[in-house]
Design a protein around this ligand. Structure first.
Ligand SMILES: [Zn+2]
Length: 388
């Protein structure tokens, strides 16, 4: 543990989930030995590789590896690890029937054969994928992108602690992919003792900017923390989004905001994933976390406020990060400002509101949405991306 990490795990800032920040990086020498050694190999999917990275950096603290049968059952059924620690979603590693696992270590590789990490095999077990879909995602519908990933994963799973090589990522995302230790050090350097985290997998429009500013009025700093791991088809590519977030930074004092990328897969598990998103931001050093309408939802699988209700029902000491629940925001012509239904009494006809479908259609046609909806800098980047 470095000095800056130690300083931050004190009572002042937020403690990591479970009390200690996990660090499972594989050093270069060991990685070289594993890469060319006689270990059995398993090729990871993009989502599994993103989970591996999140485990290694401590984003998923206190987890130190992929879950075994007991953890899978306990998390699926109770939303808790076997020791009682709050944890909402199983993190498992499927293993195809053709891959033989002996005792000992398993090399984890990408589809080009590159070494991603090693797993100390403790267990191979049959994972109840249907129970996971129904209890964690609330549906076994294979049309749900997160459920589809669970159901198409092999029934056999391999468990155990991991160590991983943290390869630098390419492109505009790479330099922003900070580890929890790095964001914690950045917060300490800036003297922030309270930090609100904002999760997104979409471009940020005026409504989100407003929510972030409302939250920032109450704390020292803002972590704008877009998820950049594998998302579903139709979501805006991470590189484009990253440039759009950088444009939004122009509307915040630089000393009050940090833009970083979270490399993790999106599961679209709605309420349970909102809890995961909060715990991950706690590990990144945030003390507060914004939970919006239909947080981490997809389609119409979850109620509008289901995520906010679940997170509100959890004991504050188990969560260890303060959720800030927000309704959707819009520009109101009569208020002459951004507002929500909590703060504006006027009818919808006075509001500038567009559905996601309407915005995409406008951008695809090269049309700028109204400035009350989207900053022109952001919209122009998105128009270019749609036309490319
Ligand atoms: Zn109004």
């Amino acid at each position: 543990m470095t000095f800056s990490e130690q300083r931050l795990t004190g009572p002042r800032g937020g403690l990591p989930h479970g009390g200690q920040l996990v660090d499972r990086r594989l050093d270069a020498e060991e990685a070289a030995a594993c890469a060319s050694g006689p270990l059995a190999s398993l090729v990871l999917t993009a989502a599994e590789a993103a989970d591996l990275r999140a485990l290694a950096t401590g984003a998923y603290s206190p987890l130190v590896g992929f879950m075994g049968a007991k953890e899978h059952e306990s998390v699926t059924e109770q939303m808790r690890l076997p020791d009682g620690t709050l944890w909402p979603i199983p993190v498992c590693l499927g293993i195809p029937d053709g891959v033989r696992v002996a005792d000992g270590r398993l090399a984890l590789r990408d589809s080009h054969g590159g070494l991603l990490g090693v797993l100390e095999v403790t267990e191979v077990f049959e994972r109840d994928r249907r129970a996971e879909a129904e209890l964690v995602y609330g549906t076994a519908d294979p049309a749900h992108p997160g459920v589809a990933r669970v159901l198409s994963s092999p029934a056999r799973a391999v468990a155990g602690p991991i160590q991983a090589v943290l390869q630098p990522l390419a492109g505009p995302v790479g330099s922003r992919a900070l580890t929890p230790a790095q964001t914690r050090a950045a917060f300490a350097e800036r003297g922030w003792t309270s930090v609100v985290g904002f999760q997104t997998r979409n471009p940020v429009h005026r409504a989100h900017e407003y929510l972030m500013k409302c939250a920032l009025e109450m704390v020292d700093g803002l972590l704008l923390h877009p998820l950049v791991g594998p998302t579903k088809e139709g979501d805006v590519p991470a590189e484009v989004r990253m440039r759009a977030y950088e444009a939004v930074l122009g509307y915040f004092p630089p000393a009050r905001v940090l833009l970083a990328a979270l490399v993790a897969p999106m599961r679209y598990a709605g309420p349970r994933e909102a809890v995961l998103h909060a715990l991950v931001r706690k590990n990144y050093g945030c003390t507060h976390f914004i939970v919006g309408r239909d947080h981490a939802g997809v389609g119409s699988y979850y109620g509008t406020f289901a995520a906010q209700e679940l997170i509100r029902s959890l004991p504050a000491e188990d969560l260890g990060i303060t959720p800030l629940r927000f309704d959707n925001a819009f520009y109101c012509r009569r208020c002459g400002s951004m507002a929500t239904h909590k703060t504006c009494p006027h009818p919808e006809v006075d509001h500038v509101a567009l559905s996601g479908t309407q915005v995409r259609a406008m951008l695809a046609a090269g049309q700028l949405p109204p400035p009350e909806f989207s900053r022109a800098e952001v919209a122009e980047l998105l128009i270019d991306a749609y036309r490319a």
